[in-house]
Design a protein around this ligand. Structure first.
Ligand SMILES: Nc1ncnc2c1ncn2[C@@H]1O[C@H](COP(=O)(O)OP(=O)(O)OP(=O)(O)O)[C@@H](O)[C@H]1O
Ligand SMILES: [Mg+2]
Length: 267
């Protein structure tokens, strides 16, 4: 039977998770909606990665997670692999021998009628995805022979060719230069604008505040605050969460926040 919260995309109810005796997520509840870009922030070890892993069933928590009204544990694997995409923060060496084309085409696997070859339409989508991330000149290059930033772009190409409804991405910009950070963030934002739910974990509060429609702040496995960036990213909240003095300046010209640690002036 469908759960009443069918109109939200993900509904999390009283979620807890422990690694052995260490409780990392503590009875947290929240809803995520279609077309939202949600930024998750919080100190090292606060439970952000664990939360993403629970949301895509890599970890089995206590409590309930409903996806489109259906309990996550009951969704069959094929539906799940079409609906979800998860990008971890670590680059996984198991894909080192694959080419950019092969990585991007793995996003089509849940849709392909034959596992041996992709259709013309699949191929068109794969090449278009590679083009969007700017790797067209490296289509046949193996992943192990790419820079860290190029590897990240290849992983984004896989997501684009998959067209998931839900994208969970852990520190998407970590290996990227400024231009590529902006490129990746625009790609992710566009996915949300086109109706997907994008949940992204960040340490870069400035980027997070620019692109997030809503933010969730975690500390010690609990939600400290959630809401629009302007409302939750205050000096008081950030000082409490990160245990460091913070300066938040509103740039009215660009309608954005500038967030910096308030360290003593340089000598
Ligand atoms: N496989 C594991 N076994 C035991 N403890 C773990 C495991 N993975 C994570 N932890 C612990 O769980 C807590 C939360 O880890 P998690 O990776 O979710 O934090 P995070 O918010 O993603 O941190 P970071 O910003 O450093 O990536 C940490 O205290 C961590 O040491
Ligand atoms: Mg993490």
């Amino acid at each position: 039977m469908a759960h009443p919260s069918i109109y939200v995309m993900i509904s999390v109810k009283k979620l807890s998770f422990s690694y052995g005796n260490l409780q990392v997520l503590k009875d947290i509840s929240f809803d995520l909606f279609y077309g939202e870009f949600v930024g998750v922030i919080g100190p090292n070890g606060s439970g952000k990665t664990t939360l993403l892993k629970c949301l895509c069933r890599l970890l089995k928590p206590i409590g309930a997670i409903y996806i489109d009204g259906e309990e996550l544990s009951r969704i069959d694997l094929n539906t799940l692999s079409r609906k979800f995409s998860y990008i971890s923060s670590e680059l996984d060496s198991s894909m080192d021998e694959l080419t950019v084309f092969e990585i991007a085409s793995s996003g089509r696997t849940p849709y392909m009628k034959s596992i041996w070859w992709e259709s013309r339409e699949d191929e068109r989508i794969i090449l278009e995805s590679i083009k969007i991330v700017g790797l067209s000149n490296l289509v046949n290059r193996k992943l192990k022979n790419l820079s860290s930033g190029e590897k990240q772009m290849a992983r984004i190409a896989r997501v684009l060719s998959q067209t998931p409804r839900i994208l969970l991405v852990d520190e998407p910009t970590v290996h990227l230069d400024l231009k590529h950070q902006v490129e990746i963030m625009s790609i992710l934002k566009n996915m949300a604008k086109n109706g997907a739910l994008v949940v992204a974990v960040f340490h870069d509060l400035n980027l997070a505040s620019i692109y997030s429609d809503r933010m969730i702040i975690l500390k010690n496995g609990e939600i400290v605050s959630s809401g629009k960036p302007d409302d939750v990213l205050t000096e008081e909240v950030l000082q409490k969460v990160y245990d460091v003095d913070v300066k938040v300046v509103k740039d009215h010209e660009h309608n954005m926040l500038v967030i910096l640690p308030a360290i003593p002036a340089r000598v």
